[in-house]
Each structure stands twice: as structure tokens, then as C-alpha cells.
Design a protein around this ligand. Structure first.
Ligand code: NAI
Length: 323
């Protein structure tokens, strides 16, 4: 039997975690032969609810769960963590401006970045799910000077998966028939879901759909999917977000099957400002991700990438004091 992997999850009593933790415990993220120790973090008012979640996990008698703990102290929850899923964050309250939200979450993610720096495994892989995910990841990375900022990533996989599903439905194909889907930029309505590189069963996607559908239906549908789920379900996407988090970490650890989208620290590739957490097309291999280089970017794509880059730059400015 392999040594257990320590997985820390914040926001353990929240909606996403209620799906996420159980799937990790069942082996969906790291495989059916990889035991895990689950280290859950919550804030004090949610500790009772967290206790209930832990009781349920115990009641599942998952063979892969070799330990589970709950804490309201980041330094305990992140102790020796190999993987950290930062899901918990502060939701936008009534009348709250985006800058207030950035600031409120900035405080959480600077504390958690420091706690990861001081307590987690030196090789910890961090995925930030809590919104605004890209800028929260930037703050956490900036507060962890002893870790490589490449160890911090933001979740764009839900957007990527939404884009795959929309294109598959439109072209009457399966998601597995699609290659080279990309979502660039920020996990927000400025993101750019790009099918200009994509193929469906080897054929260029743009030869199979009309331009009007691409620009005026596909792109806004993917960009605004989160709001559409809230409208339909009366609650935000939780199971699909959990599923995307599992896909993101599984591919990072075990390798991806082709291109996937990840929010990562920009190294300046494709002319994007260095340092911001920008979603790029990457390929994962041997526990690392690499940006796919040398894709031809047309003028339309360039404009969309600029818009989402500018938003990330302004978010960075708004939290400059925390970096
Ligand atoms: P939720 O409100 O049900 O759960 C969040 C949990 O985090 C709560 O239990 C809360 O007590 C906890 N929490 C708050 N501050 C914390 C802290 N400092 N430390 C530890 N725990 C803390 O929210 P839900 O639905 O689970 O979503 C979580 C986050 O994920 C939200 O910010 C949401 O916007 C974001 N999200 C991101 C997506 C992405 O694609 N990147 C997709 C869907 C949601």
C-alpha cells in the first residue's frame, strides 16, 4: 500500500466541499490505490457543521481514508499537506463592491499563504477555488516566499469543462472527441473561451460551427454559466465545481490527456503581463505543468485576451498592499 497523501481542504463545511471531499475519499482524484489523510479547515462558526461532515465521511467507511481531522487553525490544517484545496472564501454580501470582496478575501488568502509557507510540505500543490480565484491565488503565492509561485494555481477547469460540453453538444460529438480547447484569463465574465485552436474528431472546430454562434452564443454562454446555474438552481454550482477541482489536481499530479486550462503565474508568455494568475493552455506531465507555446493568435483572440488580462491587472492593483 502506498504512503497516504495529505490533502488539506478549506471551507470543509461548504457546498462544494460536500461533494468534493467524498469524491476524493472515494479515490476519484488520486486513484483507487492512493490512501489519503483529509485535513479540513473551517471558521469557528462552521465547526459544528464540519463535525457533521466528518461524521458522514467516517460513516462511509472509505477504505482509502487513513485519517481525517477538522480545525479552525490554518497552521493545523496545512501541517505537512501535499495538496491544498483552498475552497473557503467570503461570499459577496449585499451592496459589497468588487474591491471590498477582493480585500475581504485578500485577508483570508494572505493568512493562508503564510500558513502554507510555514507548515505545508515544501512540494505542496495548491489549487485556489474560492473567488476571486485568480487574485486570491496571487495573494496566497505572494505570502509564501519559501514556496515556488508555480506551486499556486487557480481553478479554470470548470470554465474549460463548460466550454467542452457546449462545443460537444453543438457539434453532436463527445467531449472526448475535442482537442485543444482553451480558456484564457480570469475566472470571471471576461474570460475568453477560445475554440480557434480546437478540433473535433481532428477537424477544426471553427469549420463546424458558424462564427456568429461562436462569438454571440458560445462565448457568453460559457462566460455567464455560473450566473445561469444560480438562476436555475437557486444555488451556485457546487458538484460541477468539485468535479473540476478533481480534474485539475488529478491531471497536475498524474498527467493530462492533451491541453487543459489552468490559472497559473504568467511568465510573460503570449505577451501577458508577468506575475498575474492567468489561465493558459497547459500540458501536465510528471507532476508539472508547461504552457503550450507558439499557438497562432489571431486579432480577435488577442483582443479578448487583452480584456481579461486588464481585469486581472486591475484586481492586482486593488490588492497591492497584500502582495
Ligand atoms: P459556501 O459558502 O457553501 O462554502 C464556503 C465555506 O467556506 C463556508 O463553509 C465558510 O464557512 C468557509 N470559509 C469561509 N472563510 C473561511 C476561511 N477563512 N477558512 C476556512 N473556511 C472558510 O461556498 P461554496 O459554494 O462551497 O463555494 C466556495 C467558493 O468557491 C466561493 O468563493 C465560490 O464563489 C467559489 N467557486 C469557484 C469556482 C471556480 O470555478 N473557480 C466555481 C464555483 C464556486
Amino acid at each position: 500500500m502506498k504512503e497516504p497523501v495529505r490533502v488539506a481542504i478549506t471551507g470543509g463545511a461548504g457546498n462544494i466541499s460536500y461533494s468534493l471531499i467524498f469524491r476524493i475519499a472515494a479515490g476519484d482524484m488520486l486513484g483507487p490505490d492512493q490512501p489519503v489523510i483529509l485535513q479540513l479547515l473551517e471558521i469557528p462558526p462552521a465547526m459544528d457543521a464540519l463535525k457533521g461532515v466528518i461524521m458522514e465521511i467516517n460513516d462511509c467507511a472509505f477504505p482509502l481514508v487513513h485519517g481525517i481531522s477538522g480545525s479552525d487553525k490554518p497552521e493545523e490544517a496545512f501541517k505537512d499537506a501535499d495538496i491544498a484545496l483552498l475552497v473557503g472564501s467570503k461570499p459577496r454580501g449585499k451592496g459589497m463592491e468588487r474591491s471590498d470582496l477582493l480585500k475581504a478575501n485578500g485577508d483570508i488568502f494572505s493568512v493562508q499563504g503564510k500558513a502554507l509557507n510555514d507548515n505545508a510540505s515544501k512540494d505542496v500543490k495548491v489549487l485556489v477555488v474560492g473567488n476571486p480565484a485568480n487574485t486570491n491565488a496571487l495573494i496566497a503565492a505572494a505570502n509564501a516566499p519559501d514556496l515556488d509561485n508555480k506551486q499556486f494555481t487557480a481553478m479554470m477547469r470548470l470554465d474549460h469543462n463548460r466550454a467542452l460540453s457546449q462545443l460537444a453538444q453543438k457539434t453532436d460529438s463527445q467531449v472526448t472527441d475535442i482537442d485543444k480547447m482553451i480558456v484564457w484569463g480570469n475566472h470571471s465574465a471576461t474570460q475568453y473561451p477560445d475554440i480557434s485552436q480546437a478540433t473535433v474528431n481532428g477537424k477544426p472546430a471553427l469549420d463546424l460551427v458558424d462564427r456568429d454562434w461562436y462569438e454571440n452564443d458560445f462565448i457568453p454562454t460559457v462566460q455567464k454559466r455560473g450566473a445561469a446555474i444560480i438562476e436555475a438552481r437557486g444555488a451556485s454550482s457546487a458538484a460541477s465545481a468539485a468535479s473540476a477541482a478533481i480534474d485539475h489536481v488529478r491531471d497536475w499530479v498524474k498527467g493530462s490527456d492533451g491541453i487543459v486550462s489552468m490559472g497559473i503565474p504568467s511568465d510573460g508568455s503570449y505577451g501577458v503581463e508577468e506575475g498575474i494568475m492567468f489561465s493558459y493552455p497547459v500540458i501536465c506531465k510528471n507532476g508539472q505543468y508547461e504552457i503550450v507555446q507558439d499557438l497562432e493568435i489571431d486579432e480577435f483572440s488577442r483582443g479578448r485576451m487583452k480584456t481579461t488580462e486588464e481585469e486581472l491587472r486591475s484586481e492586482r492593483e486593488a490588492v497591492a498592499a497584500l502582495l
